[in-house]
Design a protein around this ligand. Structure first.
Ligand SMILES: Nc1ncnc2c1ncn2[C@@H]1O[C@H](COP(=O)(O)OP(=O)(O)OP(=O)(O)O)[C@@H](O)[C@H]1O
Length: 447
């Protein structure tokens, strides 16, 4: 079966893509609910996930006969393989053990985090948290997709570990929290799970708390862990793609706990900050980006910074494969291919990318979406457009309202509607969403 998934996938991409991106890609495990792959390079891991997620997903579905989620893990010499029998719970505890540091991205540090005036206050508070754990409790950070929340959280974790080597710092995604909980229930060992989270960490950082929307049981468990840690003065740091008020299905007592410390939003960087981020992202790959190239990228790719990073990686790979210089002409070419419109001189706006992907999958045109029609398909297409603008392109609600010409409240209502189906990973809407994202990402991955 392992060979079949890999060989099916290989047939779905070009040889050049395979050689460029999949040379270290291996299948590690096929489980009931997920398939795990590994790669030996951190940036390729992100790249594959973002750009080839849909095609990987399709290959799995083709072989297993159903849609199963997948995960790509980073495997270096120090990381134990995913099918090793290591204790998963103790594996996420980080404390002065170099082996465990690999659970955090070593690049997600404060020194690699570029600060513009829009996020200066947030940056200062985050630094303060690493020097005075417990001062702002909880510290809750929220904001659009790909704006640097995970980076900031992991920077706090790493800085705190270096400031307080004796403190036990635990960084985890809420999905991992849920998986650990389920595992402990299966093993009839919930007490060990509770002790692990409630007693064995001094600082708990939880990423992507919105993943727990609709998961009442896990929320309840988290509520108790939160209270016990908070009551004993342990620092909690939480991040989310939305503010606590918007965490639907979360009990109001949990939402109000989230609001009782320091609540801050992460803002989309303006073009001048994006310029410095672009230079910094290239620097991380040991490449110096010329100013004019950084500027054209920063001016054209807004929102989700993972897209900016994707374009830079593509630029670097392109220049190394074709031995060409990184200059304005190559950058323009990459920008065009990045949006799937090689022959179109102008950069294609995210909303137009969505419209054309929706037309392919749902046969609903841009004109229909922009009309006032209340027909079921058209309403769904319109709501999907808004949702993808937010979740894939990292647009804020006000921007979405402006771009689609709809009311703020209509946008919020639409996001909620689609969010439910997609977050739960169920139903036709989720499949439609995957298809549209698949088209958008494979267009932007076309080299
Ligand atoms: N201010 C910044 N300076 C430098 N790099 C940044 C900055 N903000 C984000 N990045 C980079 O952009 C990429 C995306 O950031 P990150 O994954 O932290 O976003 P996120 O908000 O957690 O996304 P999601 O909502 O999907 O969880 C990462 O490579 C990160 O290092």
């Amino acid at each position: 079966m392992s060979n079949s998934i890999i060989s099916t996938l290989k047939k779905k991409v070009s040889k050049k893509t395979w050689d460029n991106w999949f040379s270290t890609f291996e299948l590690k495990a096929v489980e009931d609910e997920r398939v795990v792959f590994s790669v030996a390079n951190l940036f390729i891991k992100d790249w594959l996930q973002t750009k080839y997620g849909a095609v990987i997903s399709d290959s799995i579905a083709e072989i297993l006969g159903r849609r199963v989620s997948f995960e790509i893990v980073y495997k270096n010499k120090e990381t134990p393989s995913v099918d090793s029998t290591s204790d998963q719970i103790s594996g996420s505890l980080l404390k002065r053990k170099p082996l465990m540091i690999s659970n955090l991205n070593p690049e997600y540090t404060f020194s690699n985090f570029v600060v513009g005036s829009e996020n200066k206050a947030l940056y200062e508070v985050a630094l303060d948290v690493t020097q005075n754990p417990g001062k702002y409790n909880p510290f809750f950070v929220y904001g659009g997709v790909g704006l640097g929340k995970t980076h900031l959280l992991q920077a706090i974790a790493q800085e705190t570990m270096s400031n307080f080597p004796d403190k036990k710092v635990l960084y985890i995604t809420s999905e991992q929290f849920m998986n650990d909980m389920i595992q402990s229930i299966k093993e009839n060992n919930i007490q060990k799970f509770r002790d692990h989270y409630r007693k064995k960490s001094d600082i708990l950082l939880i990423d992507d708390i919105q993943f727990l929307i609709g998961k009442k049981g896990v929320q309840n468990e988290f509520f108790h862990s939160f209270n016990e840690l908070h009551d004993s003065g342990k620092q909690l740091i939480i991040c989310s793609d939305r503010n606590p008020e918007e965490l639907e299905t979360f009990h109001s007592r949990l939402k109000s706990r989230f609001q009782m410390g320091m609540l801050m939003s992460i803002q989309e960087p303006r073009p001048s900050t994006r310029f410095h981020i672009a230079k910094q992202l290239a620097q991380r790959e040991s490449v110096s980006l010329p100013d004019d190239v950084a500027k054209v990228l920063a001016d054209n790719i807004d929102g989700n910074l993972r897209r900016l990073r994707g374009a830079i990686i593509k630029l670097i790979v392109h220049s190394s494969v074709f031995r060409s210089q990184i200059d304005l002409s190559l950058a323009t070419q990459i920008l065009q291919s990045f949006t799937g419109s090689i022959n179109v001189p102008a950069f294609q706006r995210p909303i137009d990318q969505i419209y054309s992907a929706i037309e392919k999958t749902m046969k609903v045109t841009k004109k229909e979406i922009e009309s006032g029609s209340r027909s079921k398909d058209i309403v769904l297409a319109r709501q999907l457009t808004m949702y993808i603008l937010k979740n894939h392109f990292g647009k804020q609600v006000t921007e979405i309202a402006r771009e689609t010409g709809k009311q703020h409240s209509t946008v919020i209502h639409s996001l909620k509607k689609i969010d439910k189906s997609v977050m739960m990973g169920k139903g036709a809407t989720k499949l439609l969403y995957d298809d549209v994202i698949g088209i958008i990402t494979s267009n932007s991955a076309a080299v």
